[in-house]
Design a protein around this ligand. Structure first.
Ligand SMILES: Cc1cc2nc3c(=O)[nH]c(=O)nc-3n(C[C@H](O)[C@H](O)[C@H](O)COP(=O)(O)OP(=O)(O)OC[C@H]3O[C@@H](n4cnc5c(N)ncnc54)[C@H](O)[C@@H]3O)c2cc1C
Length: 341
């Protein structure tokens, strides 16, 4: 996702681009549900910088919809199913004040399909949320790069890369930007960045009687409608097992969570896993390598690549082309103490 957004913005600015990618190496963007949620449920706060990031995100994907003639954005509410009264009180307080743009004040106790387990405390809606059709976005970008001769499908071989010349095999460039997701840990130039990757698993389920057509349900897990009675159910977090392989344990965890939302059982159609590229301080990481000024990194999309990538790609491109200063919170320079030359 990061490399796709970056290549689109660079092409838009008139750069000639070569994307080197071996998509089978890492699956995070391919398994992600693509949801953008302007709210952090844990503390019921706004997502970091959301007021600035969300308009840029919407404008960027809308422009791609126009350019490629596809529908990428699906605007939906996220329905938060409450567990206890305390949650409702906090919601109402915040929805009436600083979070009124994102939290609907109305607390409801009916209006959902009967198959949803609703407690007396009811539910409320997160506004201005939705999902990006990520498979369509990634395939559209890759096809476009391929047909323009800008895509090289191979594993990047560091033994034939000169960072001082920005030369890879017979390709000579002005700049290179590494967007490798959690596999940054295998990059000899940037492996010093302290990552805290988190594996996640999702299920695609068929539930013919759920009758949930548009909105996303959330209660410790999410259920998002796809088409033809299929639903995405996710997601788990695991900081120890960093493989892309689905596990029986995570499947059971998701089915248990699903069981707290609906009495329906459904069939598991697909079970996928990926590793989220999170940085230890949970902020993106971008900027030039300390020793090679034309070698850049763009990473740390963590759990929120859909929302963060358009805004911060823009930020990096302005930094590279106009020498604009990077926001300190995302600047790679914050990790200089870990770099050993
Ligand atoms: C289960 C799950 C659910 C998620 N749900 C959401 C969600 O709803 N909303 C959201 O915003 N985010 C979600 N995320 C997070 C999201 O997936 C990430 O924020 C984002 O996709 C990261 O994108 P990326 O391009 O940085 O990394 P990646 O998707 O990992 O892409 C890195 C790319 O680099 C390639 N690569 C790496 N090394 C090399 C090499 N040496 N040579 C060639 N190619 C290489 C990889 O193969 C891959 O194609 C979810 C993640 C998971 C795991």
């Amino acid at each position: 996702m990061a490399g796709s957004v970056l290549s689109l913005q660079l092409i838009e600015k008139g750069f000639k681009v070569i994307v080197i990618d071996e998509p089978s190496l890492s699956a995070s963007s391919r398994v992600a549900a693509g949801i953008w949620n302007p709210v952090v449920f844990k503390r019921l706060t706004k997502s970091w910088m959301v007021d600035e990031i969300l308009p840029v995100m919407l404008e960027f994907y809308q422009a791609q919809e126009k350019k490629f003639g596809v529908q990428l954005l699906h605007h939906r509410n996220i329905i938060k199913l409450f567990s206890e009264l305390q949650e409702v009180n906090l919601w109402f307080k915040k929805a009436s004040a600083e979070m009124s743009d994102y939290l609907d004040k109305e607390i409801s106790v009916n209006g959902l399909p009967k198959t949803i387990k609703l407690l007396d405390v009811g539910y409320a809606k997160v506004l201005r949320a939705g999902n990006l059709n990520l498979p369509l976005f990634l395939n559209t970008v890759t096809n476009n790069l391929q047909s323009s001769g800008m895509y090289l499908q191979e594993k990047f071989d560091f033994s034939v890369f000169s960072p001082s010349l920005v030369k890879y095999k017979d390709i000579e460039a002005r700049y290179i930007v590494f967007c490798e997701g959690y596999l940054i840990s295998k990059n000899p130039l940037f492996k010093y960045i302290p990552m805290k990757p988190a594996k996640g698993e999702v299920l695609t389920m068929q539930m013919d009687d759920l009758k949930l057509e548009k909105d996303i349900l959330n209660k410790n897990a999410f259920i998002m409608p796809l088409e033809n009675n299929l639903f995405k159910v996710g997601a788990t977090y695991n900081w120890n097992d960093l493989s892309d392989s689905p596990t029986e344990e995570a499947k059971l965890e998701l089915l248990n969570k699903l069981n707290r939302i609906t009495e329906l059982e459904g069939n598991v159609i697909r079970h996928e896993a990926g590793v989220r590229p999170s940085v230890i301080d949970r902020r993106p990481v971008l900027g030039a390598h300390p020793a090679f000024k034309n070698v850049f990194v763009f990473n740390g999309m963590g759990t929120k690549g859909v929302m963060l990538a358009p805004f911060f790609v823009n930020h990096l491109v302005e930094h590279i082309t106009q020498q604009k200063k990077l926001n300190k919170e995302v600047d790679i320079a914050r990790f200089n103490q870990f770099f050993v030359n």
